[in-house]
Design a protein around this ligand. Structure first.
Ligand SMILES: [Zn+2]
Length: 256
């Protein structure tokens, strides 16, 4: 009984928060966007391209917040919200999360105060259909996607980087190392928590190659779509560039 009450209480709080966000966002859109335009960016890049790291550096430099759709989905599932339950059901069936559901989650997320003046999307949109719907959503707010940053890293560099990646087996820690570019102090041992390091199943070279093929098939139509709309900015960082160098390269281009 107590857990049922607690759940109802939490759901109630979430409902109130959502109402507050919607009203606040409406006021911000109608009044404050005149003085400070919202900026929306999208990051595209293959697994291992350093996209997530770039997002955390680039977003503050452009005065927006980074939004990782993967993190949002995980949070919704962990909190067992309505959205979270629907996502879990689709994943359990092995069916794709429908575009409409993804869009609804992103839309709700963008009304939260931290994203009131823009966002940098990482992991969304995934399909051209999502891109079209996202453009329509922003247009209904009187906004638009400013730039789509594509990190176009060569497959050889990605395979090299991912297959040299080792992850801490302590799941609470989960730190990653690169045997070539950022090895642990003691071979095979995590610097932070001293647990053993291991190679993740999906970082094995032939699995990496398959992941990259899927990525290329998925991303090609998206790139074409944004190229046609003249908002695509392609970058070609080489395998030996550090995260900081990639950040400076992209930031300079976007601000210039
Ligand atoms: Zn560790």
């Amino acid at each position: 009984m107590n857990t049922t009450l607690l759940k109802a209480w939490k759901a109630g709080l979430r409902f109130v928060a959502t109402c507050f966000n919607e009203v606040g966002f409406l006021v911000v859109r109608k009044l404050l966007w005149r003085f400070r335009r919202p900026r929306y960016f999208i990051l595209l890049g293959p697994p291992g391209s350093g996209k997530g790291t770039l997002a955390t550096k680039l977003a503050p430099a452009l005065r927006v917040r980074a939004m990782s759709t993967g993190d949002v989905f995980r949070r919704e599932k962990a909190e067992q919200t309505n959205f979270g339950k629907q996502v879990t059901a689709h994943l359990a069936d092995g069916t794709l999360v429908p575009d409409a559901l993804t869009l609804a989650i992103v839309r709700r997320e963008l009304t939260r105060p931290r994203y009131w003046f823009g966002a940098m999307e990482d992991g969304f949109p995934r399909t051209q259909e999502q891109a079209t719907q996202f453009d329509a959503l922003l247009a209904s707010w009187g906004a638009s996607v400013e730039t789509v940053v594509l990190l176009d890293v060569d497959d050889d560099d990605l395979i090299d980087r991912l297959s040299n990646r080792r992850t801490c087996t302590n799941r609470a820690c989960g730190r990653t190392y690169n045997l070539k570019y950022g090895p642990p102090v003691k071979a095979g041992i995590c610097d932070v928590c001293s647990a053993a390091l291991a190679q993740r199943d999906d970082d094995v070279p032939h699995v990496v190659a398959a992941r990259l093929r899927t990525y290329r098939v998925e991303t090609k139509p998206l790139c074409n779509y944004y190229q046609d709309r003249k908002v695509l900015a392609s970058f070609h960082p080489t395998g030996d560039m550090t995260a900081q160098e990639v950040f400076v390269l992209v930031k300079t281009a976007l601000q210039g």
